[in-house]
Design a protein around this ligand. Structure first.
Ligand code: KG4
Ligand code: ZN
Length: 339
């Protein structure tokens, strides 16, 4: 096989992810998460994340290589998330990748976290058409990106001006006292609720608003106020209805803007990635709206949507396949790396 064999390391947030791919084929996807250690703080604590990465790194690399059944000597490259993300967390991954690449005599590829969230879909659905439109929604980002070339040219069309979509899920879950991370719990409660029970606001959807930007902090506040009013009146909070109505507002805006971007930019493929892409309502609504608009929708399985090392390996393999230049040993961990 002459498809590139690449190991990828991801440490931008709270998961230590190590993946191995051969071209578009997933061979291993090992993830060690410190999410439980952050849960009692209601959000990711950078110091805890960095330390957890340090402890998990070597065992996770070894597990991925074992799972893939490959020898590190056969690798064509080591890819690593260079940013954006938590500075200390990124630094652990970048340092480890440099050490492995140097010791094994392999080229090092620093990649962008957002681009790799898009590229991972090649492991699910094969080669990405170019240009691809991508909606990336997670706890740290909510962006619409146009990718004429996934290895060199990913253009941000718009992003959130306040909270990320996943952050809104987490904050609303906190108000509802459902724990952290909030997305999966709200998703579960919403299935039992009525999405039309409460008309929560759709941010930035007016005719004069930026067409590709998002805003979720007003929605979060509206939900919190609604719940407070209920509690103040001594009434029970209908958790399932609140969850469903909130989730409906978020997914309505995300899919509406993504479909509109495809139509206006003349792109007939939409990929959705990031942790929030695991949301069942988002997937269903996107499917329906894309079908009506004649857009082909690509959403990887949930495990590939959340942060993982396979997505980094997938983009690294694409860089090797296209003969892109490797990074040098000075490769910095850049917490605000632009796409
Ligand atoms: O991509 P990810 O694992 O990490 C970041 O880069 O942020 O995304 C985590 C975010 C969290 O905010 C979590 O609440 C959200 O994704 N999330 C979901 C679901 N699963 C995870 N949000 C909505 N519905 C879900 N099923
Ligand atoms: Zn991410």
């Amino acid at each position: 096989k002459d498809e590139p064999l690449v190991l990828g390391i991801e440490t931008s947030c709270d998961e230590t992810g190590v993946g191995v791919v051969r071209g578009h084929t997933l061979l291993a996807d090992a993830v060690a998460s410190s999410v439980d250690e952050h849960a009692r703080f209601g959000g990711v604590v950078p110091e805890i994340a960095s330390r957890a990465h340090l402890e998990a790194m070597i065992p996770t690399v070894e597990r991925a290589l074992r799972e893939a059944g490959v020898s590190p000597r056969d690798l064509d490259g080591i890819a690593v998330t260079a940013g954006p993300g938590l500075a200390g967390a990124l630094l652990v991954g970048v340092s480890a990748a440099k050490a492995y690449a140097y010791a094994l005599g392999k080229p090092l590829y620093g990649v962008n976290h957002l681009a790799s969230h898009i590229c991972v879909d090649q492991l699910e659905h094969g080669a990405l058409p170019e240009p691809t439109m991508a909606l990336l929604v997670s706890g740290g980002h909510s962006s619409l990106l146009l990718a004429p070339d996934i290895t060199t040219d990913v253009r941000p069309l718009g992003s959130t001006i306040d909270d990320a979509a996943g952050e809104a899920f987490d904050k609303v879950a906190r108000v509802l006292q459902l724990g952290f991370p909030g997305g999966p719990v709200i998703d579960r409660y919403a299935r039992e609720g009525d999405p039309r029970a409460i008309a929560f606001p759709r941010g930035l959807t007016g005719p004069r608003d930026a067409p590709y930007d998002f805003s979720f902090s007003g929605l979060k506040t509206a939900v919190a106020r609604w719940i407070e009013a209920r509690r103040a009146a001594g009434e029970e909070v209908p958790v399932a209805d609140v969850a469903a109505s909130f989730q409906e507002a978020v997914t309505d805006v995300l899919t509406r803007k993504a479909v509109r971007a495809c139509a206006e930019q003349g792109v007939d493929h939409l990929m959705i990635g990031g942790g929030v892409a695991a949301n069942t309502r988002l997937r269903a609504m996107a499917e329906e709206r894309c079908r009506r608009a004649g857009i082909i929708l690509r959403v990887p399985r949930p495990k590939l949507c959340t942060d993982n090392g396979a997505m980094v390996a997938a983009l690294g393999a694409e860089m090797v396949a296209r003969g892109r230049a490797a990074s040098d040993w000075e490769l910095p961990a850049d917490s605000s790396l632009p796409v």
